[in-house]
Design a protein around this ligand. Structure first.
Ligand code: SAH
Length: 414
């Protein structure tokens, strides 16, 4: 990978301190694999007095978005394995936030683990860590579910244990914070100290946030919300017994099981989770986001369809907007149209008639802004205009839930 000679490492202090304000000395944070800056955003959100002394990523598109949102942060468009021990030392950081590439640990990514070339930079960093002049005091790492059973994880644990860190691992989804989006991810938080962390559970991966004093509970549902929820007990999917053919051969279909329908119904009636409507763009012109008729016909049975009053959505991945299956929920924007009615009526119709029926649901993709909202990015977060919608989906799919990470940073720091 080419490195830009002009981008030197500057260990000097920066003027602005994110989340500052207290008299405490700001943490010096190194953000590895920075992408669009989910970690930086989470750091701000956490309120911990800190400054990002360097963000590092090789992806030029992601870097454009990072610079757009964090223009004052030193961003190095370099490979991590291209940065020397001396350069790392010069940054004199005391916190590391990182989300190494996850493909080596996903089921679809073939699980190359330590042998995957995409793990190389992380192994390089693990090799650097014990040799730093000053060890960082805090480490937070995010990855996909699957990382916890990898050899790369074992190496990470071995390395930080040898350095004298105490740590805790988690598998967490934003739904535990009342956010209607599933995104189960692996997290590790580690602190350089001899006594165990107060919530440390040796040998266990925690599936919930530990209780800390400053914990803000998800806001309880209002009466209006409860009433709206009562009205919304209808299951919003009914795929059973529908088979279609398309001009290009057999159409893929999925029979949704009773268990799945029940699970969705249960999620939609969980008042500790907010409704999707609060995350949607106001006054949106949906023209560019409607699901095209061909996709509707071909993939009708694979779509995970939600309405604004639902309290769930599936994980948005980087293929959202391009591939239909398993890349994230789509939104039914027509009111007063019952999805089961539409689906039940499709049998024995011609293709044109089926399309006409399906179009009545007015199904659209969530916009990048809406996905950013569900990921906990603040309203001020944006994309440079020239970044195409598909690129936005791809970058957001690689990013993380800001509020989940913010909570973990706070827990780690306190
Ligand atoms: N947390 C980030 C996304 C992390 S995805 C966010 O909020 O957007 C992993 C990132 O690692 C990608 O942006 C990819 O470009 C970057 N990356 C992968 N290999 C790298 C390497 N060897 N050196 C630097 N960056 C790398």
């Amino acid at each position: 990978m080419e490195q830009r000679a002009s981008e030197g490492l500057d260990g000097g202090a920066q003027a602005s301190v994110d989340g500052g304000g207290s008299g405490m000395e700001a943490l010096r944070v190194l953000e590895l694999y920075s992408g669009i800056g989910g970690m930086h955003q989470a750091l701000r959100e956490s309120g911990v007095p800190a400054q990002v002394v360097a963000a590092i990523d090789v992806n030029t598109v992601a870097n454009e978005v990072y610079k757009y949102n964090f223009p004052h942060t030193q961003l190095l468009a370099r490979t991590i394995e291209g940065i020397t021990l001396e350069e790392f030392d010069r940054l004199s950081f005391n916190m590391v936030l990182m989300s190494p590439p996850c493909q080596p640990f996903t089921r679809i990514g073939l699980q190359g683990d330590v042998n995957d070339p995409r793990t190389k930079s992380f192994l390089y960093f693990l090799d650097i860590l014990p040799r730093l002049k000053n060890l960082p005091k805090y480490i937070l790492l995010e990855n996909v579910k699957g990382f916890e059973v990898s050899s790369t994880r074992d190496l990470l644990i071995q390395t930080i244990e040898n350095c004298g860190f105490q740590y805790q691992e988690f598998l967490l989804s934003p739904t535990s914070l009342g956010i209607p989006n599933s995104r189960l991810r692996y997290f590790l938080i580690a602190k350089l100290q001899s006594e165990p962390l107060p919530f440390q559970a040796a040998g266990q991966i925690l599936m919930e946030f530990p209780q800390i004093e400053s914990k803000q509970c998800p806001k309880p549902a209002t009466d209006a919300e409860k009433k709206a929820e009562e009205k919304q007990k209808e299951p919003n999917t009914c795929f059973e017994g529908i088979r279609q053919t398309s001009p290009k051969g057999p159409v893929l279909f999925k029979l949704e099981t009773i268990e799945e329908i029940n699970r969705k119904r249960q999620q939609d009636s969980d008042l500790s989770v907010e409704m999707l409507e609060g995350f949607l763009e106001d006054g949106l012109d949906p023209t560019h986001y409607f699901i095209p008729p061909e996709s509707l016909l071909r993939y009708a049975l694979l779509l995970d369809i939600v309405t604004p009053t639902c309290r769930r959505s599936t994980c948005f991945t980087k293929g959202y907007g391009r591939y239909v299956e398993g890349t994230g929920s789509v939104l039914q924007t027509s009111e007063d149209v019952q999805i089961e009615e539409i689906y039940k009526s499709l049998d024995n119709l011609s293709q044109e008639e089926k399309i006409t029926k399906l179009l009545m649901l007015k199904l659209r993709y969530f916009t990048p802004k809406e996905i950013a909202n569900l990921l906990g990015f603040p309203p001020s977060f944006g994309f440079p205009e020239k970044i195409a919608v598909r690129q936005r989906y791809r970058l957001l799919g690689n990013s993380l839930n800001v509020l989940v990470v913010a909570r973990l940073i706070k827990i780690l720091y306190e």
